[in-house]
Design a protein around this ligand. Structure first.
Ligand code: GAP
Length: 430
């Protein structure tokens, strides 16, 4: 984990947030390469669950919602963690994380446990009184439920169908940590899939299997993935069934994504609280019902961390250790890098032309500094799958070498076939 964190800082994937002010606990900023990687993760998710299907559409709801939403959803009353304070060193802990009765930091006496609501509170407008309290959303899901009727009325979708959303969520976590794994501000990728009651169990299985396949298709080692069904005592207040897709992080198995059967809990609560009819009329069956909801809920940052950790590798090439990120080409920030072997004989100009042509098709890097070996290493370290070198022979016959990051083998191909060749190798980015 430490090696991944160092690489992220050194190569501009992830920086400590507000670093020049000494940082802010577990606040992290994505740098130039990290933002590309995370966007590729989100794009791959969108392709898999929205644009690649004909039964899911997207929305983008507001982060600050009507406070009535959180009252109805149960978050105001129940979105809490048990909190204890150390009477000596004043540190705070989640009571359910503690092993013994004393402070794990200094051995001091702990206070009684009390419930701490994880929602960030703010005020809408200039008056800071109870009438103007609002919350930053702790999940994107509620933005979908409150728009269920809007989507039904403005589209021709028929149940079963889903609404998907990617966006920021906020939780005032008592113990954030493990780098991108648990932060107070993070991005979720959520689907609320509306089904006819009675058909919920098979859709739950569909989404559990679909989502598990997505992670391994994008390169996570299947040995590092497992599905863990929740026991009855750990089910969320809204869930009939739930399972976690877990990943074996360096700090142990932990949740990557939750799949929940939320029943009609949310629509029923919002219908009751808002007074609006949120039922659905099934024209074919001539019946009206409140749909059940299957919710696959993933974290964009947590997935990005899993893809980074799983891709990180060190091997030996010609007696030297190299660090390589074996990222799936669809996730890699750069798909290729172009290098002139020498900084003379017209090679830089030729390489630059190739770079300009490729750049119109994919994110590509250009590097002419240092030995070719060092340049390959720099790209291996950030996961660039292909290295294209312009050399003496290119100037004679128009062929370039294409080096494969993982096998480190090279093939020569004509310059004018590069785009086609890379497109095939990388796969449709769509
Ligand atoms: N709408 C259901 C829901 O929010 P959750 O299990 O609390 O369920 C879903 O969150 C996913 O969001 C998690 O599996 C994780 O990937 C991500 N997530 C939750 N809290 C997070 C945090 N503090 N930091 C980073 N990601 C988080």
């Amino acid at each position: 984990m430490e090696k991944v964190v160092n690489l992220c800082k050194r190569r501009g994937f992830v920086f400590p947030g507000s670093e020049i002010y000494g940082g802010l606990g577990s606040s992290l900023d994505y740098g130039p390469l990290g933002v590309e990687l995370k966007r590729n993760v989100k794009d791959a998710w969108l392709r898999a669950v929205v644009t690649g299907r004909d039964d899911v559409v997207g929305i983008d709801a507001a982060i600050i919602m009507h406070p009535g939403v959180w009252e109805a959803s149960g978050h105001l009353a129940g979105f809490t963690d048990p909190l204890v304070d150390c009477k000596s060193c004043k540190q705070r802990f989640r009571a359910d994380d503690l092993q013994g009765p004393r402070c794990p930091a200094c051995g001091g006496e702990l206070t009684e446990s009390r419930q701490f609501n994880l929602m960030f509170k703010t005020f809408v407008g200039p008056v800071e009184d109870t009438a103007h309290v609002a919350y930053l959303r702790p999940e994107t899901a509620q933005g979908i439920f409150v728009n269920f009727r809007n989507v039904v009325e403005t589209s021709r979708l028929k149940i079963p169908f889903g609404i998907a959303q990617i966006g920021k969520s906020f939780r005032n976590e008592i113990t954030p940590g493990n780098f991108l794994f648990r932060t107070r501000e993070f991005e979720q990728m959520e689907i609320e899939f509306f089904v006819r009651p009675g058909e919920d169990d098979s859709w739950f299985e569909h989404w559990r299997d679909e989502r598990l396949r997505w992670y391994s298709r994008l390169g996570l080692d299947p040995e590092h993935l497992r599905v863990r069904p929740h026991g009855g005592d750990e089910l969320a207040h809204y869930a009939k069934a739930c399972c976690d897709i877990e990943y074996r992080f360096p700090f142990g198995w932990a949740e990557l994504e939750g799949i929940a059967n939320r029943t009609d809990f949310d629509l029923r609560r919002h219908a009751g609280a808002s007074g609006k009819d949120l039922s659905y009329f099934d024209e074919e069956r001539r019946e009206r019902y409140l749909p059940y909801v299957i919710e696959p809920s993933a974290g964009a940052d947590r997935s990005t961390l899993a893809f980074l950790v799983d891709a990180f590798d060190e091997d030996e090439i010609e007696g030297e250790t190299r660090v390589v990120l074996r990222l799936h080409p669809q996730l890699a920030p750069y798909k290729a890098a172009v290098f002139p072997l020498l900084r003379k004989d017209g090679q830089p100009e030729r390489a630059r032309r190739i770079y300009d042509a490729l750049r119109r098709e994919f994110p590509v890097d250009y590097d002419q500094a240092g030995s070719i070996g060092r340049r390959y290493r720099r790209q291996d370290e950030v996961g660039t799958p292909y290295g294209i070198t312009v050399d003496h022979q290119t100037m004679q016959d128009g062929t370039v070498t294409v080096r494969d990051r993982d096998a480190t083998t090279q093939v020569r191909i004509p310059e004018d076939r590069l785009v086609e060749e890379l497109r095939t190798k990388i796969g449709q980015l769509g």
